[in-house]
Ligand binder design. Structure first.
Ligand code: UT7
Length: 332
């Protein structure tokens, strides 16, 4: 049994925030942001219009249309996000309601930037076990409202953006070449607090207090250099793990789509692996780091641009908060 990516879609909110816009909010510059991250602009959600689940639904509808499938055929939802609409219930059920899907099960999963790759492994396992046949996997984030836009949070504010991406993954009993070839996942909770949003969480008796707000602990915190250092080595390790498992060399990769964490991280991996420009896809320049949404948004745009063709060998790889990381190889 093979798990085939039948369709891919994305949705980004219309509100474009340029580096010049950020210059007006904090002490930063277009030059610094472009040099350190490669990012020129990102999208921010509009309250009352976009939500994590509604953006996920828009992306999912596009993926279904491109898969030429009806929503009634979907039998499982996996929704990857670190920024759900509510603390509970998860965004998966909210998207289910919005899309008018039947009483199929809906997971929310929380592996941050690695959420999409972790979700793919769940989808693949469910398909290979024969339990579900057509799975909607969504990565969606609203992060602009968990960012500290003061000088204190500027290293985070310049990176993150909002958006959603989705894929339809289907079972194919006859296929022998195409589909998900391998998935390798890892986690290392030792570094949980290096990239974290603590509150409102359950560790305090009062989930939201004045001191939490005054100390900006309801905003995301990141130790940028530590995350960067671990990211570059873990990305390399887990991509190599996948290459070895499939008996492949970097030359055979048609397209590497790394989680869009920082253009400098993608460029480092590209150089270390000796890949040429046409073997790596980046769109962080336009959208910033959209966490669980970044890989499916990039996959959708790469597909639109004709850079993902039948028979191509794709590598998707991610690293993020947790720390969590993973890679997958897919024959398209
Ligand atoms: O999604 C997966 C997880 N996330 C990542 O993979 C992100 C990994 N980390 C990074 O990409 C980088 O650490 C950042 C882009 C976030 C930051 O770049 P950096 O080169 O690591 O900067 P830094 O935090 O070490 O700060 C260097 C300097 C500091 O100034 P001093 O102390 O040297 O005078 C900062 O205050 O740059 C300053 N700085 C800024 N200056 C202008 C930090 N942020 C900014 C800013 N504008 N936005």
């Amino acid at each position: 049994m093979r798990s085939i990516v039948k369709g891919v879609g994305h949705y980004v909110p219309e509100n474009v925030i340029t580096n010049a816009d950020l210059e007006k909010m904090m002490d930063t510059s277009d030059e610094w942001i472009v040099e350190r991250t490669g990012i020129h602009q990102r999208r921010y959600f509009t309250e009352g219009k976009d939500t994590t689940s509604s953006m996920g639904a828009r992306a999912a509808e596009m993926a279904l249309e491109r898969a030429q499938m009806k929503k009634e055929e979907i039998d499982l939802i996996i929704f990857a996000t670190l920024s759900p609409d509510y603390n509970f219930p998860g965004s998966g059920v909210l998207m289910q309601r919005q899309m008018g899907l039947s009483t199929i099960p809906a997971f929310d999963i929380r592996q941050q930037c690695s959420g999409f790759v972790y979700g793919l492994s769940m989808a693949d396992a469910y398909i290979k076990s024969g339990i579900y046949k057509n799975i909607l996997l969504v990565g969606a984030e609203v992060q602009s409202n968990i960012i500290d836009h003061s000088n204190k949070g500027r290293h985070i504010a310049v990176i993150f953006g909002d958006g959603a991406g989705a894929v339809v993954i289907s079972a194919d009993e006859k296929e022998t070449e195409r589909g998900i070839l391998s998935i390798h996942l890892h986690a290392e909770g030792e570094y949980a607090e290096e990239l974290v949003l603590k509150h409102p969480g359950s560790i305090r008796k009062n989930r939201m207090t004045v001191d939490i707000i005054e100390n900006e602990e309801h905003r995301a915190h990141m130790n940028g250099p530590v995350v960067f250092k671990h990211a570059v080595s873990r990305f390399m390790e887990v991509i190599n793990e996948g290459l070895e498992a499939n008996n492949l060399t970097p030359k055979q990769i048609d397209l590497l789509i790394p989680h869009q964490a920082n253009l400098r991280i993608s460029e480092y991996i590209q150089k270390k692996m000796g890949l040429n420009d046409s073997q790596v896809f980046n769109n962080i320049q336009k959208y910033g780091n959209t966490t669980a949404a970044s890989i499916p948004i990039a996959l959708s745009e790469a597909w639109e641009q004709g850079k993902v063709k039948n028979g191509d060998l794709l590598c998707l790889a991610a690293f993020g908060s947790g720390f969590t990381w993973g890679s997958t190889f897919v024959r398209w």
